[in-house]
Design a protein around this ligand. Structure first.
Ligand SMILES: [Fe+2]
Ligand SMILES: [Fe+2]
Length: 223
């Protein structure tokens, strides 16, 4: 892999990563996973690894501003960051902004550029335990009217199943073989609803006992 610019990396670590401090579902575990996936794809497709790293690092940074439109808020944070002009051309910044704006899994239209396809695919949780952890917390925060585990699980499962495309698969834009393999294993597990429910239940039992549930409601700022 081509080397990441160490100054850029340091700038992002110091100035962007702290934006995720008060996020739970979108905290640094998620961001680091997305960075790993993006760098893997950048290597595979011979993309600019500094752009890949920057896109992944900024992609959810706008969540604290407006959850529903966070892809646009994150894009604004990137475009308004003057420091990035030291490392990238106007055109590269525009490409990164478009990629971030197009990253959401609920989007049905193909992203406008290939970096957008890569960040969208990198953002998917094809790991059922991690998805359970992230999705249960989002559900608790965003749907306080749901009264018990069964209601939360049903909503979570339905929401993710809406992402199955017309070919009967959880969508991937790039169809990268490494991600396809992960996706297929995940899909088999997730569509076994009893199994998926047991994984979500373990996570629910854990966070309702260890104080995380209250922290999600009272402390964390993401949804
Ligand atoms: Fe996002
Ligand atoms: Fe994300």
């Amino acid at each position: 892999m081509k080397q990441l610019n160490s100054e850029l990396k340091e700038y992002i670590e110091k100035n962007i990563f702290p934006k995720y401090d008060k996020f739970y579902s979108h905290g640094m575990i998620h961001i680091n996973n997305v960075i790993d996936n993006m760098l893997m794809l950048a290597d595979y497709y011979d993309l600019n690894c500094n752009m890949a790293y920057t896109i992944a690092s900024y992609h959810d940074s706008g969540l604290g501003v407006d959850r529903e439109n966070h892809e646009y808020e994150s894009g604004k944070i990137l475009v308004n960051d003057k420091e990035l002009k030291k490392y990238f051309s106007e055109e590269q910044i525009e490409t990164m902004k478009e990629a971030i704006e197009d990253h959401r899994g609920s989007r049905k239209i193909r992203p406008r550029n290939f970096y957008g396809e890569c960040i969208s695919d990198s953002d998917r949780d094809f790991d059922i335990k991690l998805l359970a952890k992230r999705q249960i917390s989002t559900s608790i925060k965003h749907y306080p009217e749901l009264k018990d585990f069964d209601e939360h699980f049903e909503r979570c499962h339905q929401y993710i199943c809406k992402r199955i495309n017309d070919k009967g698969k959880f969508n991937l834009w790039t169809n990268n073989p490494i991600l396809v393999e992960r996706r297929d294993k995940f899909q088999e597990e997730y569509l076994n609803k009893d199994y998926a429910k047991s994984v979500y239940k373990r996570e629910w039992d854990k966070i309702t006992k260890d104080g995380t549930y209250e922290k999600i409601i009272n402390y964390y700022e993401d949804y």
